[in-house]
Ligand binder design. Structure first.
Ligand SMILES: Cc1cc2nc3c(=O)[nH]c(=O)nc-3n(C[C@H](O)[C@H](O)[C@H](O)COP(=O)(O)OP(=O)(O)OC[C@H]3O[C@@H](n4cnc5c(N)ncnc54)[C@H](O)[C@@H]3O)c2cc1C
Length: 480
């Protein structure tokens, strides 16, 4: 019996897609690629339960078939693309809520639930999951963990790992494991294997369920924008706010060019881009949330302190609202509200390096220089505060890429690699929210040195035959 026949017998026909037309859509994600760079899997599994995933992986293990798990397929670096074909597990069919425990402020969900579905389930209890990337409408819990994406509210609540209490996975041998500490918020027992899942890209196991910590929904929120003469001044200002003891909810620095990407609704209404003072080089969007009196006090204090940094408050509320709509309340129709031509012309491509905070401005100039060198049209840089109550940025260095132009796609990849390596030379990291995928795999040793050997050993423990998402993190020939 072929392995696909075995899967059909084990799972039932309705959970196994073999029709080429149905498989085709699983051959690419949102990463810049030419139309001929599609990798449709040989078979797609639509699981309902952990048992379905376990059965699938056991068959794959027996036959040595690659297994790639995916969620919304909106990753921007090819993480869920099944480069070596084989089996694709579409986890979005596993989106049930297992338990909402409002007293202990936790939710247990299947990993294919989107972050928005989690919030829909817990809002009636006046609770929310604050891990909120822009793509919350499609990003699943499993993929948020597996690619370690960023969040609009990272400066207050951190990233997904700060919310993740426990996760169930199926390893590369088909073993089901629970990693974590149940509903306790932290532990000092054992090794923290759960933390290995953040950014693991499905290379250690397929995540099937997760227990997440929830937070009370704040009563009010106030969003403001400030213009700064330099990027570095916006960084210093944020540092000052934290020193003063303010509890910032969201903080996003946009370089001047990048702002336009977020103000499409403004442009649609007024037929022009918003006006920013000619001296303004950076725009900081910042929010405070909580009881109204506390929010008002913090906001007024933040405005008062901004005078020390030659910053100017943006008085035009429509501009602020337009930015916030695009960042947070955007109905997810990918990019259309940001950049209406995105479905037909050039698309979005980004590198996501991380650098020490004191060198952000210097790195920004390198980003512009390298993008220009590779003749790419610059969208701009965003720096998001992602570490609770401290200065720690994830960076999105974005350019436009014409997918129909193979040379431009090639130049984008060269730009991406150069910027990633530059970040390491700045004493930073290649990735802050997209993980490594196959794109950064050749350079992992540059960032991790000898410890890469131990990472391979960890991979071997969870996935002895190297069948889980091969080619990601390690070139396939280096996998077990
Ligand atoms: C319009 C738009 C806005 C975006 N905004 C943001 C943003 O604000 N912040 C941000 O960080 N990113 C953003 N992204 C990028 C992307 O959407 C996110 O990174 C998102 O987390 C990807 O989710 P997904 O479900 O589409 O993952 P996929 O692309 O399907 O998968 C991502 C990775 O997770 C792995 N994976 C998925 N499910 C599992 C599982 N159950 N077990 C093990 N591994 C699994 C895959 O193999 C792959 O490696 C945006 C993308 C778009 C198109």
């Amino acid at each position: 019996m072929s392995y696909i026949e075995e899967l059909t017998t084990a799972l039932g026909k309705e959970k196994v897609l073999v029709d080429p037309a149905e498989r085709f859509v699983y051959g690419a994600d949102w990463s810049p690629r030419t139309p001929d760079e599609f990798f449709p899997p040989d078979v797609v599994i639509l699981p309902r339960t952990t048992r379905d995933v376990q059965r699938t992986i056991k068959v794959a293990y027996e036959h040595g078939i690659p297994v790639t798990a995916g969620g919304g397929l909106t990753g921007m670096l090819g993480g869920a693309v099944p480069l070596f074909k084989g089996i694709y597990i579409d986890t979005t069919t596993m989106n049930s809520v297992v338990e909402v425990d409002s007293k202990n402020q936790t939710i247990r969900v299947q990993a294919g639930a989107t972050l928005q579905e989690v919030n829909d389930a817990v809002h009636p209890y006046d609770l929310w999951l604050p891990h909120q990337p822009e793509s919350k409408w499609v990003s699943t819990v499993g993929s948020a963990i597996a690619c370690d994406n960023d969040s609009t509210f990272g400066v207050r609540y951190g990233k997904i790992l700060n919310c993740l209490l426990s996760a169930e996975i199926v390893t590369g041998t088909g073993e089901v494991l629970e990693l974590g500490h149940r509903k306790a918020h932290f532990t000092s027992s054992g090794y923290k294997l759960k933390d290995l899942l953040a950014g693991s890209e499905g290379t250690l196991g397929v995540i099937t369920e997760a227990t997440l910590k929830l937070e009370p929904i704040p009563a009010t929120r106030r969003v403001d924008m400030l213009v700064f003469p330099r990027l570095g001044a916006a960084v210093d200002y944020l540092s000052r706010l934290l020193k003063a003891g303010l509890c910032i909810e969201a903080a996003h620095i946009n370089c001047k060019r990048r702002l336009k990407f977020y103000t499409q609704t403004y442009k649609q209404k007024y037929g022009k881009d918003p006006e920013i003072p000619a001296w303004g080089e950076a725009l900081l969007a910042i929010s405070f949330a909580g009881d109204k009196g506390v929010v008002d006090f913090q906001r007024d204090e933040a405005v008062r302190l901004s005078k020390e940094f030659e910053a100017q408050l943006v008085e035009e509320r429509e501009l602020v609202d337009s930015w916030w709509t695009s960042k947070y309340t955007l109905e997810f129709e990918p990019f259309k509200q940001k950049w209406p031509d995105s479905q037909t012309k050039k698309k979005f491509g980004a590198a996501d390096p991380g650098v020490p905070v004191g060198r952000l401005e210097e790195f920004y100039h390198k980003f512009v220089e390298i993008a220009e060198k590779h003749r790419l049209d610059i969208i701009g840089m965003n720096a998001y505060l992602e570490h609770p109550n401290s200065i720690g940025f994830s960076l999105s260095c974005a350019v436009y890429v014409d997918y129909r132009d193979a040379d431009e796609v090639k130049r984008f990849r060269e730009y991406h690699d150069e910027l990633s390596k530059m970040a390491i030379s700045f004493e930073g990291t290649m990735s802050t929210f997209m993980s490594d995928t196959h794109q950064k795999a050749p350079y992992l040793e540059l960032e991790h040195g000898a410890s890469l050997r131990h990472m391979r050993e960890i991979k071997r423990l969870f996935d002895p035959k190297g069948i889980l998402n091969p080619g990601k993190k390690f070139p396939r020939e280096e996998s077990p």
